[in-house]
Design a protein around this ligand. Sequence first.
Ligand code: CP
Length: 317
Amino acid sequence: MKWSRKDLLDLESLSVEEITMLLDTARSFREVLDRPIKKVPILRGKTIVNMFFEPSTRTSSSFDMAAKRLMADTVNISPRTSAVTKGETLLDTARNLEAMRIDLVVIRHSSSGAPHFLAKRIKAGVVNAGDGQHAHPTQGLLDIFTMREKRGRIEGLKVLIVGDVTHSRVARSNIHGLKKLGAEVAVCGPSTLIPVGIEELGARVFHKIEEALEWADVVNILRLQLERQKKGLLPTLREYSRMFCVTEERLKAAKPDVTIMHPGPMNRGVEIDPRVADGARSVILDQVTNGVAVRMAALYLLSGGDAPLSEAIRKEA
Ligand code: CP
């Protein structure tokens, strides 16, 4: 099967075969990251623009690193230092960059739908690096990749997502991707932060964290978006933490081999106890490593690369 999409905008619109192709391609690139020389020259001559209109540590640096590992040229546009500050629109910015013959745009934006808007209007491929509350497809993929790596399967795996599900693009991308691949998904959090109708996406809802933890094989803990507290959707942080923080004490109810994940950035002591974050069952930093491989796969396939590619990598290395 050949990758045929120009853009990677969400997981909802991808087929099982496309998600599997991205994950399998990422597995080949993951091996490259453990080599002494972590580069393969398969995107030499391609130019990738990273446009991050919202803060990011993991996603922006791993897209930049992924492009460099594939030996593409990269340009990083920051809203603070770009002509956006002078009133230039997102579309004009992208069209001007396109006039310089770029190949791919990676975009993070606070407005849901901004990557889709650009994708319809420019010829270059567009990768969604997180848009508002809508989607974060490469985070969903790297989470699923890590679950598959650690647990050996996705089908039938019980994945619990804890926290602010309503405002989380990570939760939505996890649910869409995991359900397509046959996982069982559940959510748990304050009722103000669980979207109405989440069951229609195939997610079970738990109201008691202890019952949810007992059920789960994998627990993906969401960042509590502290800005939401101002809107009255949360009690005090202390109250949230008392009810939903994933602690060592609470994990006594969980399966002994439960896998602990967090997409980052973490609020230690709010949604996750530091001892859990740094504990033996945590794979949080593995998620970050895998993020580079997943983004290499996305950039490679969207640039017209063939899958499987292990032969190509062996030849080029
Ligand atoms: N997980 C994630 O998107 O992290 P950043 O905001 O640091 O990119």
